[in-house]
Design a protein around this ligand. Structure first.
Ligand code: CA
Ligand code: CA
Ligand code: CA
Length: 201
């Protein structure tokens, strides 16, 4: 497969593996369509609890869409699942893309989506509670949520602004610095209840 495989560093790969384990909803060590649907349903349920929303069918459609991108990338319309190596290959070539511009656009998309889903009161700020709902929705160990929130709240005002979220997401996907604050965007790396699940590499 093409382009910039040499670019991803060890820490970036670990972060993508962390995402893989989050998305692997049924903990079978593979990603399949139902994982994306289950995550989407979970997000819809938990964000609905915070504010009594209708279920967000858009999320499920987006889950299906991402699975469609994966099938298209591997040119297998009947692809049933991918392992973590394939996930990293997909992210490297599809999400990271050919240059920084593609990556920045994709990161911006994720930030916008996180905000539109989790910023329930639409004040353009992620509160502690809204941040907690990201963790609960993604089933990331909640005991780290406060610490991760503080790391991302750069000006310490008790909210994560759009700029702070962009900063965190840029760190998460792009930084090779183990101390980069945004590494904790989706929880403490490698520390989660799914850690004990055997993942085949
Ligand atoms: Ca799975
Ligand atoms: Ca808010
Ligand atoms: Ca702040």
């Amino acid at each position: 497969m093409p382009v910039n495989n040499a670019m991803l560093q060890e820490l970036q790969i670990r972060k993508l593996e962390h995402l893989f384990r989050i998305i692997d909803f049924d903990h079978n060590g593979l990603l399949q369509k139902s994982d994306f649907q289950s995550i989407a349903d979970n997000v819809a349920i938990f964000t609905g609890i915070i504010e009594d929303d209708d279920h967000d069918n858009l999320l499920r459609e987006e889950g299906n869409m991402i699975w469609g991108f994966i099938q298209a990338y591997f040119q297998q319309p009947n692809l049933q699942n991918i392992d973590s190596k394939q996930w990293i290959e997909f992210m490297e070539n599809f999400f990271f893309g050919a240059d920084d511009e593609v990556l920045d656009q994709n990161i911006t998309l994720i930030v916008n989506r996180l905000q539109s889903v989790f910023d329930k009161n639409k004040d353009q700020l992620i509160s502690r509670l809204e941040f907690m709902s990201i963790f609960v929705s993604f089933r990331v160990e909640v005991r780290f949520a406060n610490q991760c929130f503080k790391a991302m709240d750069l000006n310490g005002d008790g909210f994560i602004s759009t700029d702070e979220l962009v900063h965190a997401a840029m760190d998460f996907f792009k930084s090779n610095d183990p101390d980069a604050l945004g590494n904790k965007l989706f929880g403490e790396l490698g520390s989660s209840h799914f850690q004990s699940v055997k993942v085949q590499y």
